[in-house]
Each structure stands twice: as C-alpha cells, then as structure tokens.
Design a protein around this ligand. Structure first.
Ligand SMILES: [Zn+2]
Length: 459
C-alpha cells in the first residue's frame, strides 16, 4: 500500500534498521505470533518429510509431524523475485505487472529482473502491522531489496548481504527476538539462502551428505556451465551425484539453523502462541530436463516446494491432499491469526476449504526468463505453453517426470486447459497493478556485482 511504503523507499538499498517497536497493549499478548520461513531454492523432494530418504531435514520433518504438510504445493514462478513477492502479497507475478496482453507478450528479458512489485500491493507485513503486529524481516538473498518493495510493511527489514549463511542470518534475528516481545504479537520473516547455488556447505555438513559412490555417477559436461550458469560450477566436482550431495549438504545445514532459531524463540518463551509457516520460492533442477539450477522452465522440479504449517490451531500430522500454491499462505495465515482475510487475495484459506475442492482446482505458474512460459495444472494434467503458442501436455499421474508430451493424443484435454488458461489471463488484466521499474544506474554497485555473478544481469 502506498502510505506504508514511504519510509522504506526513502532509505538505501541494503540494511534498513527501523528498530522501534511501537508500544503495544497487554491485550495483544493473547494474539498469536507468526514466524514465516522461506528457504530459497528448497526443492520439495529434497526434504525428508516429502520423501527424501537421506537425513536432509530432521527439523522440518519434526515440524511437519506436529503440523500440516501440503503434499502438492507449488510456487507461482521458478525464480526468486516474483515468487517471493507472490508469497508475501498473495498475488500472481503477472498481477503485479503493468499492462500485459492476455496473450503472452514478446520477449522482454530485461523487465523481469528490473521489476519491483507495485506499492499498491498489500503485503502480509502491512496487513499484520495494521492489525497490531510488530514486523521484522531478515533476508539473505541480495535481490530482495527494499527498492524492489520487499521492505513494505516491516518495522525492521534487514538484507543480510551474501555470502550470508543461515547462522549469520540467525545472529541478526537474535537482536530482534532479544527485545521484550512477550506482550507484543509479532511477524518475523526469515529468508535463508544456503541451498541456492553455488553450493559451498561448511565441511561438517558436506561430510554428512558426501557419498563416496557419487564419484562414479553421471558425468557433468562442461557445456552445462556456459553462459550465465558459470556461477554454478564447483571446482573438482565431476558427477551429477557429487553435485547433488553438495546441494543436500546445504539443505541439511539450513535445517540445522532453522532448528536453532526455533530453539532460541522457545528459550525466550515466544513459542507457545507461535504459528510457523515454511516454504520456498522455487525448486532446483538436476538435469531432469537437461539443465541445472533454476529460472529455466516450469517443470515440476523447479516449481514444487514445501508448504508446512505448525501452530496452536493447526491440525497435527495432517497431510493436506489438495493442489496448493504459495499464494494460499497469506489467507491461511490470516485464518490462523484470527485476522480478516483481505478480499482481493487470489489464494484460498487451506484450513477452511474442503480439501476435495482443492484437488480439482486449477493453478497457474508463470515465468518470463529465458523462455516466456505459463503452465496450468488441473487434476492430473499439466499444460505448459510458451510465447510461440507451443504447448506440451503431461499426465502427472502416469508421467510425473514430464517426459512424454501427450498433446497429440489428448487434444480435448489440452483445449480445455487452454481455455481455462486464457480465461485466467483475461482475468489478470483486470487485476493488474501498476508496474514500477528499478533504475539500474542507482542500484548499489555491490548488489549489481553479486547479481551479475549469479547471472541475473545478463537476462
Ligand atoms: Zn530463489
């Protein structure tokens, strides 16, 4: 919202320390608080609670056992900025863009990384602040700057500049939780970065995940690291399996410090009336469709993410069977905190919607990097379309790897999905918020350098 963003936008790109906690009344002490964790690049099946048979996420597994785990959760996009904006605004990326034709626009590779989300978008932080919450965000991804809108609604927003391992992020968070928050409902947003490439886990965690047999795995061709994938290269690694071991070590490392953060909150007595939601902005691919990293396409390995809730009113041990999306977090959290759900939100409250209804809904994912694509997923079917109207149809039940395009034999299904996708795109036109753009010349040179290293600037 425009009024709430004025202060953060006047401040510089990096750390914003608006540390003042407003005087909250004792009545607020009864209000539940919220911890939202985003683990950047946490692919769904990298977590034990989602079927990984390696000990990658003991903390996440425990949290999911004590809460609700969404079995079929996806992001809205396959890279950080739009996906994270979706999480905190409850809107699709294209809602947050300006005039965009219903038909996919011609390639404009520059706008996506320059893009900031509209000041008119209500963020979860703004909504909670309006409802009496102290709000603080600590993020370890250099692209989530305040000039892109991510500080909107936070009393305190700190960009912990890369390299920023989870223990360093936690040290920043400690200053926030060291304040007297017992009579203050709070919203604490923490965005960890470690599973994002390049994978450089500390040795003890690498040792936990390193498997000697991985050296005999599938060779990694040097061509994979050409162009803007260069940042993913890790000296000395020869196989895909070694490469994935590194990723799992980063996941394991992050999980450990997630546990430390939760223990720190418990030591302060802040855990009793605390709701936790944990998710990710996107997944990561390991050559399933010929690529590494993310920002490539909308196949499942890049969009499926964990979505886990825990809290006093969250059903324990529930495996939510519906088709869900990160934009469902905003309304679901409002339900858990007993505050009004803003009417404009696109997602649904997972705790009051009959799960069966969510099993047959259709959801959309979209991206505008490398290839402009949109995908629609309904029941077992998924249709992916690009800007040239090229379509691929997959049956996710019989072909979860999305290896067989069955569009020629199921023209009726693809037509039905295409109609739904077109209707959705038309609907987006009515919802879109004004686009704002970042002035590259005014960006912090250090941030620009780090984004170049990650391949973002070359987009
Ligand atoms: Zn990301």
């Amino acid at each position: 919202m425009i009024n709430a963003v004025n202060i953060p936008r006047l401040l510089a790109t990096l750390s914003i320390a608006l540390t003042a906690i407003l005087p909250y009344s004792r009545a607020n002490a009864e209000k539940p608080s919220l911890l939202m964790i985003m683990i950047d690049t946490q692919r769904m099946d990298a977590a034990g609670c989602y079927g990984n048979n390696r000990p990658t996420t003991p903390i996440l597994d425990r949290i999911s056992q004590n809460g609700t785990l969404s079995v079929n959760a996806v992001s809205t996009c396959c890279w950080t900025t739009p996906a994270t904006a979706s999480m905190i605004t409850g809107l699709y990326p294209s809602t947050m863009r300006g005039k965009q034709p219903a038909k996919l626009p011609p390639s404009d590779k520059a706008w996506f990384w320059r893009w900031r989300f509209s000041e008119e978008a209500l963020t979860l932080a703004e909504h909670l602040k309006e409802n009496g919450y102290a709000t603080a965000g600590f993020v370890a991804n250099n692209i989530l700057t305040s000039d892109r809108g991510f500080a909107q609604g936070f009393d305190q927003y700190k960009l912990v500049k890369n390299p920023s391992p989870a223990d360093k992020v936690n040290r920043e968070v400690m200053e926030f939780i060291d304040q007297d928050l017992k009579d203050t409902p709070f919203f604490l947003y923490v965005h960890y970065y470690d599973p994002h490439g390049p994978y450089r886990p500390p040795k003890p965690w690498l040792k936990m995940m390193d498997q000697p047999e991985s050296a005999q795995g599938r060779p990694l061709a040097p061509e994979l690291f050409k162009k803007d994938y260069g940042y993913l290269r890790i000296a000395g690694l020869k196989t895909l399996e070694q490469y994935r071991d590194r990723y799992h070590a980063e996941v394991r490392y992050t999980d450990q410090f997630l546990g430390e953060l939760i223990r720190a909150l418990a030591r302060k007595g802040l855990h009793k009336n605390l709701n936790i939601v944990i998710s990710s902005d996107h997944g990561e691919t390991f050559l399933e469709h010929g690529k590494l990293g993310h920002r490539n396409y909308l196949y499942q390995e890049e969009i499926k993410v964990p979505l886990i809730f825990q809290g006093p009113k969250v059903p324990k041990g529930w495996l939510h069977p519906g088709l869900t999306q990160i934009i469902d977090a905003f309304p679901s959290v409002c339900n858990l905190l007993k505050i009004p759900i803003p009417k404009h939100l696109t997602g649904v409250n997972l705790f009051s919607t009959v799960p069966q209804r969510l099993m047959s809904r259709h959801i959309i994912t979209e991206t505008n990097t490398r290839h402009i694509q949109r995908a629609i997923h309904k029941d077992n079917w998924k249709l992916i379309m690009d800007q040239n109207d090229r379509s691929r149809l997959f049956n996710l039940k019989t072909d979860p790897q999305e290896s067989r395009n069955v569009i020629k034999t199921h023209k009726d299904v693809s037509l039905q999905l295409k109609v739904l996708l077109d209707q959705w795109a038309q609907g987006q036109l009515n919802k879109q918020l004004p686009t704002l753009s970042i002035d590259v010349e005014k960006m912090d040179p250090e941030i620009v350098k780090s984004l170049e290293a990650l391949g973002y600037i070359s987009e």
